[in-house]
Ligand binder design. Structure first.
Ligand code: SF4
Length: 362
């Protein structure tokens, strides 16, 4: 195991984390010296991109105001967004390149850092070939930066190895959307969520990874809708679920097949809608024929009555529906779940879904 070049306390004093840092000028500075302007922008801490207004004075961010007119978050921010304005002036922020030396990281100039990087990349290419270098981008890059990164990888480095972190999260969902609905993202707006009768959250830790979406789910429930959560983990959103399905990791396709099996068995689907707006329905129906809740239970670990309750609106049995007892128990009630199939405009190709395996997120 690598040994730290300096004692951890020395490293922490130099590099942080420095907790409880005040904004520039202190907490009451803004009251004495008001901001010069409000700048409307986005919180960049997650893909929700909530609107926020930053208070700026002398080109420094000194605070924020809710942006209530912004349609997505309507002025709300999660704890990450509330503290976002402190980031610009925080002492833990990295402002210069660091080079690793025997006594730990040392600050250096951009020119020296770029020269060193270019020299080392050239040495690696000459010694091991262009494919010895890989590029890894990020989903938060702008289109222009992504374009430039691709050019740098292919033209400057000549490597065929380039990827980005979205491969592990959105690419599978985007591919499925594209095959099914013709667009590589969810074809319905967030504003549909509060109007839904039933929402199935599958494998998505909404409360911690997309916090403002929690408000959409709460509004859906306030309006009488039902929330079903399928997840191997008892994430915070499970506390608000009417039905929690503790699916085993990697078996969600079996769960979805069983849900559709129940929908077909109970005659809850809309044949006229399917005939006029979808293709491949017969193949899909045949593929779920054998996936009755009992078989799905063996694969997924979700008891048959839990699957049937989610698919058909039967009363869930709390004691048997949950396979594990945890400190935070999801609430279940005896109200039936939605009986009407979701309607979407346009045509949906139902035959394009994977026959087995894979993961899904809502
Ligand atoms: S949900 Fe939180 S972290 Fe994500 S964009 Fe909104 S305020 Fe920022």
């Amino acid at each position: 195991m690598a040994r730290p070049p300096q004692p951890p306390a020395v490293l922490a004093a130099q590099w942080g984390p420095h907790l409880n840092e005040a904004p520039p000028g202190g907490w009451d500075d803004e009251a004495r010296h008001p901001a010069e302007k409000l700048v409307e922008t986005h919180c960049c801490f997650c893909g929700q991109q909530c609107g926020i207004q930053l208070k700026v004075r002398e080109n420094r961010v000194i605070g924020f105001e809710p942006w209530e007119a912004f349609p997505f978050n309507r002025g709300m921010l999660c704890p990450k967004g509330v503290r976002r304005y402190l980031q610009g002036s925080h002492p833990d922020r990295l402002l210069q390149p660091l080079v690793r030396t025997e006594s730990g990281f040392q600050g250096t100039s951009w020119d020296e850092a770029l020269d060193l990087t270019a020299r080392r990349l050239q040495e690696i290419r000459e010694r091991h070939g262009p494919d010895a270098v890989a590029m890894y981008g990020g989903a938060s890059l702008t289109s222009e930066k992504s374009y430039l990164l691709g050019k740098f990888a292919r033209v400057a480095l000549g490597t065929r190895h380039i990827d980005y972190n979205g491969r592990l999260c959105m690419v599978s969902a985007g591919t499925a959307y594209k095959l099914s609905f013709g667009v590589d993202r969810s074809p319905n707006p967030w504003s549909d969520i509060p109007r839904a009768q039933v929402v199935l959250v599958a494998g998505a830790n909404v409360a911690e990874c997309a916090p403002i979406t929690t408000d959409y789910l709460w509004r859906m429930r306030d309006a009488g809708g039902r929330l079903i959560v399928a997840d191997p983990r008892l994430t915070p959103i499970c506390r608000n679920a009417d039905l929690y399905l503790p699916v085993r990791p990697g078996t969600d396709i079996a769960l979805f097949s069983a849900l559709l099996h129940v929908v077909v068995r109970e005659g809850l689907h809309d044949e006229a809608f399917l005939a006029s707006h979808t293709t491949g329905w017969d193949a899909v129906r045949a593929s779920v024929e054998s996936w009755d809740p009992r078989r799905a239970a063996e694969v997924t670990g979700v008891p048959p009555d839990g699957v049937a309750g989610a698919g058909a609106g039967e009363e869930p049995q709390p004691a048997r529906t949950r396979s594990r007892k945890r400190a935070q128990e999801p609430r279940m009630d005896s109200t039936s779940f939605g009986r009407r199939p979701a309607r979407r405009p346009g045509t949906c190709d139902l035959s394009s879904g994977p026959p087995s395996g894979g993961a899904a997120a809502a």
